[in-house]
Design a protein around this ligand. Structure first.
Ligand code: SAM
Length: 309
């Protein structure tokens, strides 16, 4: 990154403003959506390079600044001025406010000793820029796996962001290429990247989960997700995926999102309704963020009921 790269101050944009379709969001029933893209693993070597003028510093808290690429939806998807196109592009190229809320909350959870990320298997669902997963990597996670709807987002944004911020990544399955001595020494944190729809991507994230052939220790200890609960039609699929991927009984989910996504019908409360209706898990509110003029944003912790971990 060049020394004079612009510093981005938070928030970057607000999807919480009350005008419903300001960012091109519209709810759509599943029936009208195109078939989902195939679930695939994207390897580190498939990343596109981002020119250094297109890398910004993101100030999160005193002492914590992360780097992020700037990639246009026009260049990648051939559409401009669109936050998402349901079923085609699901918003991963923008940095949403909830991901910063999530990092701030995780930071206080660590300070309060409510969570220890050291050595943990972490999954970030709907990662986009992937800053919460990167934060987990910086705080000692043993592995961080990143999922996005679009392989293009992983190649153009997620993997470059991971490379800027995490020097100690494992080159995992890419070992076809020769590693330098320095890369070998830093081969500590396992990172992997998966593209696919929440309805299907468990086949890659937790292979064997379908036929109950999976040990709990092969699942994830911590699932992170920011701004993933905006679409009513996807909420149930997201919850089903979490139940398949999360280690029982001690796994935890940290969810950041808006209380309501005006005009689209989703929101944290709609997701929590699905959690409550199922009855296996319970949720507690960790943080609220409001600036007085826009929608309230929340961070929730969700875990299995009656566990002693
Ligand atoms: C609004 S973006 C949030 C991106 C990022 N977490 C942030 O806060 O900046 C929603 C994310 O969820 C993913 N997503 C949405 N619907 C999905 C679906 N049905 N299956 C898989 N991923 C989905 C998108 O690809 C995108 O990464």
């Amino acid at each position: 990154m060049s020394a004079d790269s612009p510093k981005v101050t938070y928030p970057f944009f607000t999807l919480s403003d009350s005008s419903p379709f300001r960012f091109g969001l519209c709810d759509s029933s599943e029936k009208s959506l195109p078939p989902p893209p195939p679930s695939i693993e994207v390897h580190l070597s498939e990343a596109s390079s981002v020119e250094s003028p297109n890398v910004d510093s993101v100030f999160i808290t005193d002492g914590l600044t992360l780097l992020k690429g700037r990639v246009s939806t026009n260049d990648v998807f051939g559409v401009s001025d669109s936050d998402l196109i349901p079923g085609k592009y699901e918003g991963g190229l923008k940095l949403w406010e909830g991901s910063i809320d999530l990092i701030k909350t995780l930071e206080s959870e660590i300070k309060l000793a409510n969570i220890l990320l050291s050595g943990k298997r972490v999954l970030e669902l709907g990662c986009g820029h992937s800053l919460p997963g990167i934060f987990a990597g910086l705080n000692g996670a043993g592995s961080v796996h990143f999922q996005d709807f679009n392989a293009e987002v992983l190649k153009h944004l997620t993997i470059p962001n991971v490379k800027y911020n995490l020097p100690n990544i494992s080159f995992g399955k890419d070992t076809g290429s020769e590693l330098t001595k320095q890369e070998e020494q830093h081969k500590l944190l396992d990172v992997r990247f998966f593209a696919g729809d929440w309805r299907e991507v468990h086949c890659l994230l937790v292979p064997g989960s379908e036929d109950n052939n999976l040990k709990e220790c092969e699942k994830y200890d911590v699932i992170l997700m920011a701004e993933t609960v905006y679409s009513l039609s996807a909420i149930q699929h997201l919850y089903n995926l979490i139940k398949k991927c999360l280690c029982h009984p001690c796994g935890v989910v940290y969810l950041a999102g808006k209380k309501h996504y005006f005009g689209v019908g989703g929101g944290t409360r709609q997701f929590l309704q699905v959690v409550n209706d199922d009855g296996a898990m319970e949720a507690s509110l960790l943080a609220e963020f409001a600036n007085g003029s826009s929608n309230v944003r929340e961070v929730w912790k969700i875990s299995f009921k009656a566990t002693h971990c």
